[in-house]
Design a protein around this ligand. Structure first.
Ligand SMILES: [Zn+2]
Length: 273
């Protein structure tokens, strides 16, 4: 059984330096997690992703792809000029389309739990709108983070026709999951599904059609319950997939195959890659 981790931050410092990163990805291969999409948080990790993904693929055999963008938490720590400079670089690199590992725009999105006033929310809306425009212009998916802001994000997605995007680490209700999939977007579940009592999230896991379903670790964050207190890594993805399979009453092999296929479709990865 092979798995595709649709979201792991392999170039973040908390994921580990060169040696630790390599060991984590070797364990991923051993666990059957043979492909990973690594989204950028901001300029610091984003600048390293082209080299890190190339080197780690060569050293470990994990097929590593990446996305470039600006996460709402990173946005809060940068001044306007730095945000603007980074987003201009992201636009140039995605539009240039010269690196076959660069598959998506992101991570971007809205976090109204973090942005509490109108100014901070306005900055998130502006940066997300700009990254969605890049996704539209290039036909790439956007990898979206959304906490307590689904109505605002859906309004942004609805401003113009948008390519199929990925709602990462989905934590909303079944109704909200249906709103995204009705628009052709994919819904990705992380280790939060491994917690014992999750009635609302469990209905969301069941509400997503098999052809819109993805699984992820969100490494190095969100270690699945049973792997605590380890730092999260892609090798823990089978725990997430097993819980999704249990909640949907479907075989693990079917979840692994469908989510792997869906990741390749949404990120536009050809069979030869
Ligand atoms: Zn993330």
């Amino acid at each position: 059984v092979e798995f595709f981790d649709s979201h792991a931050h392999v170039a973040l410092g908390a994921f580990g330096g060169t040696q630790v990163r390599r060991a984590r990805l070797q364990r991923s291969v051993a666990a059957g997690v043979t492909a990973v999409l690594a989204p950028a948080v901001g300029p610091a990790d984003g600048a390293q992703l082209p080299d890190v993904t190339r080197a780690c693929h060569a050293e470990t055999g994990v097929a590593l792809y990446y996305a470039l963008g600006l996460h709402p938490w990173a946005l809060a720590e940068l001044d306007e000029a730095s945000c603007d400079r980074w987003l201009a670089q992201v636009e140039d690199r995605v539009a240039a389309d010269v690196d076959p590992r660069l598959r998506a725009v992101g991570e971007c999105g809205l976090d109204f739990g973090v942005a509490r006033d109108a100014t901070q929310r306005g900055r998130q809306l502006t940066a997300t709108r700009r990254q969605l425009e890049l996704a539209r212009r290039t036909g790439r998916p956007a990898v979206l983070h959304c906490v307590r802001a689904h109505a605002a994000l859906i309004a942004l997605l609805d401003e113009r026709a948008t390519p199929a995007c990925v709602l990462h680490s989905f934590s909303g209700s079944a109704e909200i999951a249906r709103e995204y999939q009705r628009r052709g977007h994919y819904v990705s579940f992380s280790g939060s599904v491994c917690r014992p009592r999750i009635p609302r999230l469990a209905s969301a896991v069941r509400a997503v059609a098999i052809e819109r379903l993805l699984v992820e670790t969100d490494s190095p964050d969100q270690t699945p319950w049973s792997a605590h207190p380890a730092v999260n890594e892609p090798g823990f993805l089978p725990l997430v997939a097993a819980r999704v399979a249990e909640l949907r009453a479907e075989p693990l092999e079917a979840i692994a195959a469908a989510t792997r296929h869906n990741a390749r479709v949404v990120f536009g990865i050809e069979d030869s890659q």
